[in-house]
Design a protein around this ligand. Structure first.
Ligand code: GNR
Ligand code: NI
Length: 169
C-alpha cells in the first residue's frame, strides 16, 4: 500500500486555512491524490480534503461506494447548483475523531471540477455523495463541520479533543 499522510486534528489552526486553486493538474497533483486516497482508505473515511493533510490547494478525494472501489479525484470544484431541499444528517470527520452530530445540507448539488486527467467534468450528486462533497468543500474554505454546531457543543468537543491529544503525548 502507498504510504499515508498525517491528518490534522481539530482544533488545529491550520484547518482554517483557505485553499488556493490548483494551478495545473500535473504529476505532483496525481501523486498527492493517490496518497490522499490511500490515507482516506486507511482511515475508513469516505472523503478527504487536501486541507486535512496540510496542503492548501483545492483538491479533494471521495469514495462513497460500499466496495471502496470508486475513487473520485476532484480538482478546483465549484457548486453550480444546489437543491432547495435540505436534510439534516449525522456527520463525522477524520479531523474530529469520535464526534458525530447533525448538519443540514442540500440533498443534491451539481459540481463543476477538473479530474485527474485534467478534463473538465460535471457531477450531479445526491444523498451521501452530495453531503460528502459539501463537507469536503467546506474544508477547502477552512471550515470544519463542528462550526455548524452550537458554541456550547463546539467548546465541549474542543476540550475533549485537546485532552485526548494531551493524553496521547
Ligand atoms: O469519513 C467521513 N464520513 C462522513 C460522514 C458523514 C458526513 C461526512 C463525512 S466526511 C468524513 C471524512 C472526512 O472527514 N472528510 O473531510
Ligand atoms: Ni472532514
Amino acid at each position: 500500500m502507498p504510504s499515508t499522510l498525517e491528518i490534522l486534528r481539530y482544533p488545529d489552526a491550520r484547518l482554517h486555512t483557505v485553499a488556493k486553486p490548483v494551478a495545473a493538474v500535473d504529476q505532483r497533483i496525481r501523486d498527492l491524490s493517490q496518497a490522499m486516497l490511500a490515507t482516506m482508505y486507511d482511515a475508513n473515511g469516505i472523503g478527504l480534503a487536501a486541507t486535512q493533510v496540510n496542503v492548501h490547494e483545492r483538491l479533494i478525494v471521495i469514495d462513497v461506494s460500499e466496495e471502496r472501489n470508486e475513487p473520485l479525484v476532484i480538482v478546483n470544484p465549484s457548486i453550480v447548483w444546489a437543491s432547495d431541499e435540505k436534510h439534516v444528517g449525522d456527520e463525522g470527520c477524520l479531523s474530529v475523531p469520535g464526534i458525530y452530530d447533525g448538519v443540514e445540507r442540500a440533498v443534491e448539488v451539481h459540481v463543476d471540477y477538473t479530474d485527474a486527467q485534467g478534463q473538465a467534468q460535471t457531477l450531479k450528486a445526491t444523498d451521501l455523495l452530495a453531503v460528502c462533497i459539501q463537507h469536503e468543500m467546506d474544508h477547502l474554505m477552512g471550515k470544519v463541520f463542528v462550526e455548524y454546531l452550537s458554541p456550547l457543543k463546539r467548546n465541549r468537543i474542543k476540550t475533549k479533543l485537546q485532552k485526548q491529544l494531551r493524553e496521547e503525548r
